[in-house]
Write a protein that binds this ligand. Structure first.
Ligand SMILES: Cc1cc2nc3c(=O)[nH]c(=O)nc-3n(C[C@H](O)[C@H](O)[C@H](O)COP(=O)(O)O)c2cc1C
Length: 214
């Protein structure tokens, strides 16, 4: 039976025919809102590093595994410090950025030289982790200590995916819902990234949805 739904007026775009970096901007405004991994790493010489990554998600539950994707600096093919560090010391700590921490987070996206620690430039307190060498941000509501399990180049792209297994969760006590074993995500107030260089969102309205049984 033919559909009675009126046809939508659509535009269509082919990435190969778009000027650089238009496909990136279009994609990131579609795959949104994106959570932000605030990633702490450490170099072989012991210099700490912090940087935000919104090409980020959970990719396995057992064992808990997360992924973030680092692009090469496009103007000069130089590795970002985060990637360089995880190749040297295969560990990282991934933090949640809450509403109170957005200004500090954005300071850590500045392209400082390798020798500079963003803990210092952003005035954040570094506390030792338990199972990994990179430091944890004391002020962050949640931190996950991770061991790098894979470093996978994205075919044809200037990105490299870093996968890490969570060895330890740190959860601010008031955010833990003991009865359910969950974090109270609404109270955690994470910020998430939209498209373009400056657009972010706060968490919206909560509603429930259950998968129907057959
Ligand atoms: C909210 C936010 C999200 C970002 N997400 C990414 C990302 O997913 N991948 C990436 O390569 N760079 C991303 N960046 C840019 C890096 O944070 C930036 O290049 C930073 O200087 C890298 O630092 P590093 O060289 O110390 O690793 C993002 C920046 C911001 C502000």
């Amino acid at each position: 039976m033919p559909s009675t739904v009126p046809e939508l007026s659509m535009l269509s775009f082919v990435p190969d025919e778009m000027p650089d970096p238009a496909p990136y901007h279009l994609l990131t405004s579609i795959v949104a809102p994106r959570p932000i991994a605030w990633v702490s790493t450490i170099s072989a010489e012991g210099i700490p590093n912090l940087a935000p990554y919104s090409f980020y998600n959970a990719v396995a539950g057992f064992p808990p595994t997360i992924l973030f994707s680092v692009s090469y600096r496009r103007k000069e093919p130089k590795e970002k410090d985060t990637l360089r560090n995880v190749k040297e010391i295969d560990e990282f700590v991934c933090h949640v950025v809450d509403e109170t921490m957005s200004e500090s987070m954005i300071q850590t996206a500045i392209d400082f030289p390798h020798e500079v620690s963003e803990f210092e430039t952003a005035n954040l307190k570094a506390v030792p982790s338990v199972d990994v060498r990179p430091f944890r941000i004391a002020e962050a509501p949640v931190a996950m200590e991770c061991k790098v399990t894979q470093i996978v180049p994205v075919e044809g792209a200037t990105n490299v995916m870093v996968l890490g297994r969570v060895l330890r969760f740190h959860i601010r006590e008031d955010l833990y819902r003991k009865d359910l074993g969950l974090v109270d995500t609404m109270q955690m107030k994470p910020i998430t990234r939209l498209g373009g260089p400056i657009e972010y969102t706060k968490i919206g309205e909560l509603f429930a949805l259950k998968i129907p049984t057959v």
